[in-house]
Ligand binder design. Structure first.
Ligand SMILES: [Zn+2]
Length: 164
């Protein structure tokens, strides 16, 4: 950002807490340069305590991650989690528990991760984004070369270590 969004004055560089940020010398607005994209992600357990992961279609064909995606403006994070989960699996969820957050600065990305439980029978519905859902456990692990990215792998390791 080069100009103050509040008063339009040109912003100046200043150092705060060892990072270079921009400040408006007129109204003292600070551009912290720390904006992020937020993605709502769901870890869903079935009755056998297995976790649902999704195998992607399209550009990232074959890559495996957890269901989820970006929040749309106007949605709560929970609504985004429910919507994305439904779009990618065809399964409706209602109860969500906040689990953890994960950060990847290079992509300015934060994952807000929820947990939920799904009752049998679980019926996957074919869609544009996902080719199949996988039921993951210690006995049915995912090969690390198939992970979509760093945050998928991090969350996966946290979850798999919690499974009995
Ligand atoms: Zn200003």
């Amino acid at each position: 950002m080069n100009f103050c969004p509040r008063c339009g004055t040109k912003l100046s560089d200043i150092i705060i807490d060892n990072s270079c940020v921009k400040q408006c010398n007129n109204c003292m607005y600070i551009d912290w340069n720390n904006w992020i994209y937020i993605s709502a992600v769901v870890v869903a357990y079935n009755n056998h305590n297995e976790v649902i992961m999704v195998k992607l279609k399209g550009k990232e064909k074959g890559k495996i991650t957890f269901p989820g995606g970006y929040r749309n403006i106007g949605e709560t994070l929970e609504q985004a989690a429910v919507r994305e989960f439904y779009e990618e699996t065809g399964i409706k969820i209602n109860h969500l528990d906040l689990y953890k957050t994960y950060t990847k600065d290079e992509q300015r990305l934060v994952w807000i991760v929820y947990k939920t439980k799904i009752k049998d029978p679980i019926v996957f519905c074919d869609n544009d984004e996902v080719s199949e859902i996988l039921f993951v456990s210690k006995r049915n692990p995912i090969d690390s070369k198939d992970f979509r990215g760093f945050l998928t792998e991090k969350l996966y390791l946290d979850i798999i270590n919690e499974l009995s």
